[in-house]
Design a protein around this ligand. Sequence first.
Ligand SMILES: Cc1cc2nc3c(=O)[nH]c(=O)nc-3n(C[C@H](O)[C@H](O)[C@H](O)COP(=O)(O)O)c2cc1C
Length: 141
Amino acid sequence: MSSLHRLVYTSFRKSNCDEKEIEKILESCKKNNPQRDITGILLHSDKRFIQYIEGQKDEVLELYNLIKDDDRHTSVNQRNFEPIDKRIFPSWEMGYKDVDKIEFDTEASNEDQNTFNGLIKDELDFDDNALRILQLFFKMA
Ligand SMILES: Cc1cc2nc3c(=O)[nH]c(=O)nc-3n(C[C@H](O)[C@H](O)[C@H](O)COP(=O)(O)O)c2cc1C
């Protein structure tokens, strides 16, 4: 039986992955993730990606296997994979942010945006490995 899981990976953005390709990735997220009941966030800087994916275990793994082979990034490195009781970003089919920009590029509930803002401003003390990895990414970006 499948159960709710989350997965975090980091990767390096390849030079072929320009803004147009990022838009295509987001189109894929919008189209596919709701069908798979996947939520999460995708962050990037000029050089790197980090993605937090949550959903049923089989769906998460299937999506990750697909993403891993995507030619627009390299050195894909799984950082976290574990069962969870509930989602952190329940309303977001894939919240997206260029960490060098301030505005949000996708729609989300206020609650999810607050979680996200707390995360990037280092205001919330997350007792949570996956979220700490995301915070670390912001500090490095
Ligand atoms: C960094 C990165 C993150 C991605 N995240 C997702 C995702 O969350 N959902 C998704 O469907 N595709 C994602 N993709 C794209 C997939 O690798 C793949 O191209 C896409 O799912 C193909 O589906 P489509 O032909 O229906 O668009 C991502 C790609 C990259 C490089």
